[in-house]
Design a protein around this ligand. Structure first.
Ligand code: ATP
Ligand code: MG
Length: 381
């Protein structure tokens, strides 16, 4: 779906064109006149001229991306970028839900997460990578949604419960409890259809679907009902063998990690605790290295499983094979990363992407106001 209007300044123009004419406005939204003045005279209507469906997904800039992100979501982003109009959100506001006491780290983490996505193979000419906090319409939409989402629904959200426990929160902040509502606004501001995520995010996409249904029922059809796309490895376990690999838990192998450090982490990782000597029989089902082989070296697994069970292969050799497979995945990422690290390149990509996301957000919020009958200038005019 796309938006059209009789006024040219809100037509959704090609990606590159946007950069030059609204650059300043979009990146520093607080310096422009109130948005509602701009949209007051528009007569917006929904058409279905857009050829591609949309993806919205992204990451919290709480640290560099790791192998869990790659198999859980990033690989699907890369695979689908030609087929879908893809929006990648760098969710810095959501990062503040747990890191509000150290906002100074965001400036570096935002860059790193963007670089990691590009290094993994996202093409900036195809995808829109943008920074959440520069799109105030997302916050506005969050507020509208929050009027009809019950506190109990949020309290019972299984991911909220797991994360609150992991962070040791007993008394949840308003922002943390409400982040699934903000995430619903992230997904809907660009009227996305598909959300490639890890398994932990499925309850949040389900919450978004409920919000969309309720909104559309209350005010009229504005949003498509988005679907989660969970990869076969929806939850990669961390090096501690316990929780999911998570940048906030420090149990990760990072995408930008140097080869020697990757190899060392694999070498010291705990395997099957019953395999103390080389000729003890293995139990792949309890071994994290086996999980990693399934995710990153799937062609080897059929041969590996019986060889591990019969002790034909030892942990050292098994780990060597994994280290080689990881190197094959990560080496091209390091090369691409170096290109995007050249001065000015990333800034331009993020400014372009944020500008395009801002235009989409303005267009969607105009529709939202129209649907909710709070587009006062239009109504009174
Ligand atoms: P944090 O601990 O700060 O929340 P995170 O490691 O959970 O960080 P997010 O930015 O919250 O990372 O997640 C980004 C995306 O990556 C989400 O779709 C999430 O489901 C997915 N993801 C994160 N960790 C894993 C994992 N270990 N396995 C599979 N998918 C994952
Ligand atoms: Mg997370």
């Amino acid at each position: 779906m796309t938006l059209r209007s009789s006024r040219t300044d809100i037509n959704i123009r090609p990606y590159r064109e946007l950069h030059t004419d609204i650059k300043g406005e979009a990146i520093f939204p607080r310096t422009i006149p109130p948005i509602h003045h701009k949209i007051a005279k528009l007569n917006l209507q929904v058409t279905d001229l857009a050829p591609k469906k949309r993806i919205l997904t992204g990451d919290r800039p709480t640290g560099p991306l790791h192998l869990g992100h790659y198999v859980g979501s990033v690989a699907n982003r890369v695979r689908l970028q030609h087929e879908y109009d893809t929006f990648i959100i760098i969710a810095d506001v959501q990062a503040l839900t747990t890191n509000f006491d150290r906002p100074e780290r965001l400036a570096e983490d935002v860059r790193n997460v963007a670089l990691d996505n590009l290094a993994a193979g996202l093409d900036p000419n195809l995808v829109t990578i943008f920074i959440q906090s520069y799109i105030p319409e997302i916050a506005e939409l969050t507020i509208y949604f929050s009027m009809f989402v019950s506190v109990n629904a949020l309290r019972h959200n299984p991911t909220i419960k797991t994360e609150a426990k992991a962070y040791g929160y007993s008394d949840l902040t308003y922002g943390f409890l409400g982040y699934p509502v903000s995430q619903a606004a992230d997904i809907t501001f660009c009227r996305a259809h598909l959300v490639p995520v890890g398994a932990d995010q499925v309850p949040h996409v389900e919450q978004t679907r409920k919000i969309v249904r309720r909104f559309n029922e209350l005010y009229g059809e504005v949003f498509p009902e988005p679907e989660a796309l969970v990869s076969p490895v929806g939850r990669l376990v961390g090096l501690d063998g316990d929780a999911k690999m998570s940048k906030s838990l420090g149990n990760c192998i990072y995408l930008a990690e140097p080869p020697e450090s990757v190899a060392q982490k694999v070498r010291v990782a705990v395997t099957d605790p019953a395999r103390i000597r080389r000729y003890d029989l293995g139990h792949p089902e309890v071994c994290i290295i086996h999980d990693y082989q399934k995710a990153f070296n799937p062609g080897f697994v059929e041969e590996l499983e019986p060889a591990c069970r019969s002790a034909e292969i030892g942990c050292v050799d098994c780990k060597k094979r994994l280290i080689a497979a990881l190197e094959e995945l990560l080496a091209p990422m390091r090369e691409r990363r170096a290109q995007y690290e050249k001065p000015g390149v990333l800034d331009e990509i993020l400014r372009d992407g944020t500008a395009r996301a801002k235009r989409e957000a303005e267009a969607t919020l105009a529709l939202v106001r129209q649907a909710m009958k709070i587009d006062y200038w239009e109504r009174w005019g």
